[in-house]
Ligand binder design. Structure first.
Ligand SMILES: C[S@@+](CC[C@H](N)C(=O)[O-])C[C@H]1O[C@@H](n2cnc3c(N)ncnc32)[C@H](O)[C@@H]1O
Length: 254
């Protein structure tokens, strides 16, 4: 994601009224989540995109009540068709496992869990304990999922180091804006490369990774094509607040 756009998104998150809650999460408000002790410092996010503490202080500044999911760009509705198509493509035997890396307080995972007619185990992962605490507290108020076998989990973990997750666990890995942020970090893209490698490791051979980004295919494909043994397909997703977004679908090639 281009730097000024990420900055604009962060200003929106802190200053503007929240977007409407997802239809699936419309239920009553949950208990006010408490940030973990010591989490709420005052680090500048834009200067420290790779640091957990900077994201913690950022999420701490978001009013906890009334809770609204916040999507940095493109909510669930804009991705519903693409997700349904991908889930059909990667469907194997039995239920499917989905991982959303850097979920923040996005509605993507919770709505996919609630609305999927096929059974899904959806895991939403973020390294910010603040974001995960908020999501856990709010999601106890969700209505039952359309498929009673579906499950929703929240994990506090670093996407660059998922050694506790076995390889080939997930059918679908989602990344909406997380690698965009890591690609802008001061470490020269090292964290982004490690996170991508971990995503591909935990993705099944028959699975897919969906990256949603405003980065142009000219730039993103150069980076993705440096990976060996993957096929990448690009889709144009349409615009949100005048900015064009793209889907990058990454699959193992052997
Ligand atoms: C730009 S926000 C995108 C949030 C959400 N996916 C959305 O679309 O609204 C990036 C998110 O990635 C998380 N994040 C950044 N680096 C991470 C890492 N190494 N491991 C896990 N989460 C990370 C941040 O805490 C933040 O919630």
């Amino acid at each position: 994601m281009a730097w000024p756009r990420l900055l604009a998104a962060s200003r929106r998150l802190l200053a503007a009224p929240s977007p409407p809650p997802p239809a699936a999460g419309k239920a009553k408000e949950g208990p006010r989540p408490r940030p973990p002790v010591g989490a709420c410092g005052r680090e500048s996010l834009m200067e420290n995109l790779e640091k957990r503490t900077a994201w913690d202080s950022f999420y701490c500044q978001r009013p906890a009540q009334p809770f609204r999911h916040f999507d940095w760009f493109l909510g669930y509705a804009a991705l519903r068709e693409t997700l349904a198509q991908l889930l059909r493509e990667v469907r194997g035997e039995g239920l499917q496992r989905v991982l959303d890396i850097g979920c923040g307080t996005s509605e993507l995972g919770p709505r996919l869990y609630c609305e999927s007619s096929v059974p899904l185990h959806v895991s939403c992962l973020d390294f910010s304990p603040v974001a995960i605490a908020v999501m856990r507290a709010q999601c106890v108020t969700l209505p039952p999922p359309r498929n009673p076998a579906s499950q929703l989990h929240f994990l506090q973990a670093d996407a660059t180091e998922l050694s506790t997750v076995e390889r080939a666990t997930f059918d679908l890995v989602l990344d909406k804006g997380t690698l965009d942020a890591l690609l802008r970090a001061k470490d020269g893209g090292g964290a982004a490369r490690r996170a991508l490698a971990e995503c591909l490791r935990v993705m099944r051979a028959s699975g897919a990774m969906l990256q949603v980004s405003d980065e142009d295919p000219d730039a993103r494909m150069l980076w993705l094509e440096s990976l060996r043994r993957v096929n990448v397909t690009t889709l144009e997703l349409g615009a949100d607040r005048g900015i064009k977004y793209f889907a990058y679908i990454i699959k193992h090639s052997d």
